[in-house]
Design a binder for this molecule. Sequence first.
Ligand code: MLT
Ligand code: ZN
Length: 516
Amino acid sequence: MATNNLEEIEFTANHYSNLIRDERYNRLTKEHVEYFKSILPKDNVICSLDDSEETKKELLKYNIDWMKKYRGQSQLVLLPTSTDEVSQCLRYCNENNLAVVPQSGNSGLVGGSVPVFDEIIISTKAMNKIIDFDDVSGVLTCNAGCVLADLEAYVEERGFMVPLDMGSKKYCCIGGNVSSNAGGLRYLRYGSLHSNVLGLEVVLANGQVIDNLSKLRKDSTGYDIKQLFIGAEGTLGIITNVAISTPRKPKAVNAVFLSTDSWENVQAIYKTAKEHLQEIISAFEFFDEDAYSLVKQHMQLQVPLKEENKFYVLVETHGSNKQHDNEKLHSFLEAIKTSNVAREGYVSKDDQQTRSFWIIRESVPVACSKNGAVFKYDLSIPIAQIYDVAIYMRKYLKEANVYRPGDETSEVINVAAYGHIGDGNIHINISCKSYSEEIANLIEPEIFYWTRDHNGVISGEHGLGLMKGKYLAISKPGSMIRIMESIKNILDPNYIMNPYKYLPKKRITRLSDIRS
Ligand code: MLT
Ligand code: ZN
């Protein structure tokens, strides 16, 4: 069983035998720490060089990720309070060859926000102020360390909504969301951060501040440089301020919860939803019976249906007239019942019931992690084949004799599938008792090759981080990787920003690379 004692979690560097510290990076000294203490407020430098048990404990939460899968060995966390302080920290690190990991809410799922070795953690958490909000254009400008739920509350009071919503919104911060190009639950309706982020202020590795905090929707004057930092996962610089477009909060939010017995039916339901709900559809989410079995077991939650089934679907609408949208949802439900693609389904009676539908969907990833360890995938695959990856992985793991449903000694406990059908983005969560390298090597890169062979990419929303950087060549042609490397060379020539991840030197390009 995986441990809950943070101190017992294995160091990433020990767990993954292929990782070697790059000795070009200097090791932290007392002089370095003295410099940071001279530029930052006293409490914003957390350092364990003095061997104090208290600071070592404090550092654990910055060194370990949300899944308790990755553990770095950083001895220093810096919490700058302004862009200027971030700039001074980075300039010094660059001049002194000190590797850096930018960190935000530390709720990432690919090991991107924690160190691999002793990289210095620069957290944006102390930069958490809203700068301004324009209630005509709906543009919100804020510091990178603002928690997503706080931003949501702020704009909601003014009749707007943040275009991004996710289960981790109470912890994640907007800077991390932008850095990892987070997708979320309503991407289908409100689109990606590439379209909603209007401006960014970023500090480069050498301390230079890029002021591109534009609030304009349109700008056709040259390369759109800010897009480089959206999804760069802290490898090109640290995002310090964000300007984001927020839509009006919908007057009416309605939802339907239903179940069906085949993947063909899920697709038919999706087509009918688009036909009947068109401009008001805001989310189309699903989870399967394996995912639901964990929700029942670990979260003690039940779907609001009389019968259990193979697939569960949550459809949500955002519109301006509750009664009108309600009628549309009833006619949608009627249509799918008449065509026999679903037997049971209900329109939510009120906002509370809509919320209770969402709680079930949002509890799926939490339930998947309750067995101790979970290998998480966020594949983007054309909708027609998307569920085949779950069928394939179950068969593959059974044939490898590590997945033996009903056998208590089975290494793999559950293979759950859920996700965002409307966005062609499926999550496969493989629950195990602990993180074994043997299981990891069995699943990866097999699941990624299957995805590529079915015209998909290995990440639709969680990003590359440490977990998937080495597999980048499975999803991107060499010509594109070379452009990515050139950009990295220009913006971070000393490679101090988030090393060992995203664009690591050693990449796997062929199955034989890892199987030989
Ligand atoms: C989700 O869709 O629930 C999120 O991507 C989080 C997750 O999969 O853990
Ligand atoms: Zn997701």
